[in-house]
Design a protein around this ligand. Structure first.
Ligand SMILES: [Zn+2]
Length: 200
């Protein structure tokens, strides 16, 4: 890349923050944007700038939204007694798409790595515990991924939450190990919620 300008190299470096984009792909994307899609590139700049300014974490559930509260937390028709815990904002989207949960959500925004020192700081546990003690929650549904990390996170959550007088359940275990919620089809996801198992 010696012949390329610094601006080009900086763009390639910046594109590498995207998921599953390595140096080669980033370089190809940079060439493509600058050669063939300059209008589209400007649109990405503008919309990304606006999204960065306006999209933030919901004060209650931690998902991404515009404003202080997301549309689900603001919806008075939702069942406030049931709280579903998911790992990422995209999981809320998958669950809503499956139309299988009319309660509220809490987004951990992370997971626990079972192979490393369990880094409880990396997920929003304090915020979750405050949510459970301050609201009239009767059932917590743990909807973490069916991966080693998701299972470890579910186990830690159960250990933390079992002291509360609430029902704790987890999605039914019909999925192959390694399944992430995001990639499970809506019908299968809905079935896993309806057939959820109590963790007691
Ligand atoms: Zn919310």
């Amino acid at each position: 890349m010696k012949s390329q300008s610094d601006a080009f190299s900086d763009l390639v470096e910046a594109l590498k923050v995207l998921p599953n984009v390595g140096p080669k792909t980033a370089q190809r994307m940079a060439f493509d944007l600058l050669q063939h899609h300059r209008t589209g590139a400007q649109r990405i700049v503008n919309t990304l700038q606006t999204a960065l300014e306006q999209v933030q974490h919901c004060r209650l559930c931690n998902t991404l939204c515009e404003g202080d509260l997301c549309s689900i937390c603001s919806d008075k028709t939702r069942d406030v007694s049931r709280l579903m815990i998911v790992q990422m904002p995209v999981d809320v989207f998958s669950m809503e798409n499956a139309h299988c949960h009319d309660g509220l959500y809490f987004v951990l925004a992370g997971q626990i790595q079972p192979t490393q020192n369990q880094d409880l700081q990396s997920i929003a546990l304090e915020q979750l515990l405050a949510r459970i003690t301050e609201h009239a929650i009767q059932e917590v549904i743990i909807a973490t991924d069916f991966t080693a990390e998701g299972n470890a996170t579910a186990f830690i959550l159960f250990e933390l939450l079992k002291r509360f007088p609430i029902k704790i359940s987890r999605l039914s275990q019909g999925m192959p190990l390694g399944s992430e919620l995001e990639y499970i089809d809506a019908g299968t996801l809905a079935q896993a919620v309806y057939e959820r198992k109590s963790m007691q």
